[in-house]
Design a protein around this ligand. Structure first.
Ligand SMILES: NC(=O)C1=CN([C@@H]2O[C@H](COP(=O)(O)OP(=O)(O)OC[C@H]3O[C@@H](n4cnc5c(N)ncnc54)[C@H](O)[C@@H]3O)[C@@H](O)[C@H]2O)C=CC1
Ligand SMILES: O=C(O)CCC(=O)C(=O)O
Length: 448
């Protein structure tokens, strides 16, 4: 990379955040693709746009004391990274997982700014969470934890300020508990969180939106080669919210999903994880909160491989829907060698830089997370709209809007890549399309 301004900013980011590998990875991946626009627009450097975009506007760090079922006081750490509000209120999920730290939340917040921009809805970007692990906790423990978290977080959020949602470890149960505590403290019923239950302001299709959206995006990519999903064999990783609805939509479109996983291993079911088997997985994961290994007890023709990810299986398409850096360069090469031609990221940054290089250089239809999984936050944006209008749209209406948004993200990414001489490179296209809009808004706002 030749551009001196980009190199200077990257060096500064590395020096300042040397202990934050995931954040550095995300920033590097974006900045490296921006050279054509930076070369053409000197006003970006004059306004220190890159320097400002890599620095969160605000980071809130707080303690979360709560009492477990044994009567012991436990203290977790809570965060909210309010990254960039150039386009609207900070918006992005809360992650509850023992691995949560500032590096992970800053990478997620940085990506969220660009992702939210791609949706074309007026949302800035943020992310938050805690090192709390919901696994193995009772409902009462999860409730007390969520209440304690919100007792601090409530003063930092608001419908026009910051609207959190779910992410890993935060689903309908956790959103319900956080919403209840917010309402109690603030004495108001408002769309302060998205992903809410339907009876208290949630939107139809929000639970499905991220998984469906990643499939809609891939459908648009396939259409550029006059293909569709009928008969395609697909690997999906994860078995949580995004993986489940990605599988559901792939089944609907005639594909055969043969894998699912969790942090302990993956299952392979050559016959396909059909609607009945998926209903079993949903019950296992969402209600019983069990492990994916249990699948093979129920369906003994399937196999379970411990401590491995599903990328060694021969498939046409891959949908990483678990977590960051879950596809190494070697695994990407195995996928390509086995004939995989489509990768659509339901998760955030699931491919390492080496894996991205393999996909791009082999002309795989590769959709980076900030484009492919933007359907979740897009429907969150639609939930905010419905809350503001105090009405609810039908399932069909929200799904139609989601489809249209995913098509727009696809087309805008495609067009931006083409305009800057890299047709078919969705990484560059998504980064440039989003960056330009955020950067122009920041220039318009002056030095703030
Ligand atoms: N829920 C949403 O609307 C959105 C989620 N995402 C991303 O999608 C991914 C999955 O999120 P959700 O399905 O919402 O969470 P979830 O909590 O419902 O499911 C997470 C899944 O990932 C697996 N997992 C977690 N850590 C892992 C690890 N270290 N190794 C292997 N597997 C691991 C879990 O076992 C589980 O199957 C995350 O990267 C998240 O940031 C992206 C956009 C929106
Ligand atoms: O729905 C939202 O606000 C955020 C979803 C999210 O966390 C993400 O897009 O990674």
């Amino acid at each position: 990379m030749a551009n001196a301004y980009i190199q200077d900013v990257l060096a500064q980011v590395k020096a300042r955040n040397s202990h934050e590998p995931e954040f550095l990875q995300a920033v590097e991946e974006v900045l490296e693709t921006l050279e054509p626009v930076i070369n053409e627009m000197p006003e970006l450097q004059e306004n220190a746009i890159l320097e400002r975009m890599v620095e969160p506007e605000r980071v809130i760090l707080f303690r979360i004391p709560w009492v477990n079922d044994a009567g012991k006081v436990v203290v977790n750490r809570g965060y909210r990274v309010q990254f960039n509000s150039a386009l609207g209120p900070y918006k992005g999920g809360m992650r509850f997982h023992p691995s949560v730290n500032l590096s992970i939340l800053k990478f997620l917040g940085f990506e969220q700014v660009l992702k939210n921009c791609l949706t074309t809805l007026p949302m800035g970007g943020g992310k938050g969470g805690s090192d709390f692990d919901p696994h193995g906790k009772s409902d009462g423990e999860v409730m007390r934890f969520c209440q304690s978290l919100m007792t601090e977080l409530y003063r930092h959020i608001g419908t026009a300020t910051d609207v959190p949602a779910g992410d890993i470890g935060v689903g309908a149960r956790e959103i319900g508990f956080m919403y209840g505590q917010y309402k109690r403290i603030a004495n108001e019923s408002s769309g302060i969180l998205t992903g809410k239950g339907l009876s208290y302001g949630g939107s139809l299709i929000r639970p499905e939106a991220t998984g469906y959206g990643a499939v809609y995006f891939a459908e648009n990519m396939l259409a550029t080669r006059d293909e569709d999903f009928r008969g395609k064999v697909c690997a999906v990783s994860g078995s949580g919210n995004v993986a489940q609805y990605c599988t559901e939509k792939l089944n609907e479109l005639g594909a055969r999903v043969v894998t699912l996983s969790d942090s302990n291993g993956f299952i392979y079911d050559a016959d396909g994880i059909d609607a009945e088997k998926l209903a079993y997985v949903m019950e296992l994961k969402n209600v019983k909160r069990g492990r994916i290994s249990e699948y093979v007890k129920k369906y003994p023709k399937a196999t379970y491989t411990a401590d491995q990810r599903p990328w060694s299986v021969k498939v046409d398409c891959a949908f990483p829907c678990a977590t960051q850096n879950e596809i190494s360069g070697k695994e990407a090469q195995t996928l390509v060698n086995n004939g995989c031609r489509v990768v659509s990221e339901g998760a955030n940054m699931p491919s390492t830089p080496e894996a991205i290089e393999v996909f791009v250089s082999n002309k795989v239809l590769y959709a980076p997370g900030k484009a492919a999984n933007a359907g979740g936050v897009a429907v969150s944006g639609l939930e905010m709209t419905q809350n503001a209008m105090r009405l609810s749209w039908s399932r069909e209406e929200v799904d139609a809007r989601l489809k249209e948004i995913m098509k727009n993200i696809h087309d805008n990414s495609w067009n931006a890549a083409k305009q800057f001489g890299n047709e078919g490179n969705y990484v560059m296209g998504a980064n440039i399309a989003a960056f330009l809009k955020v950067a122009n808004a920041m220039v318009a706002h002056g030095v703030v």
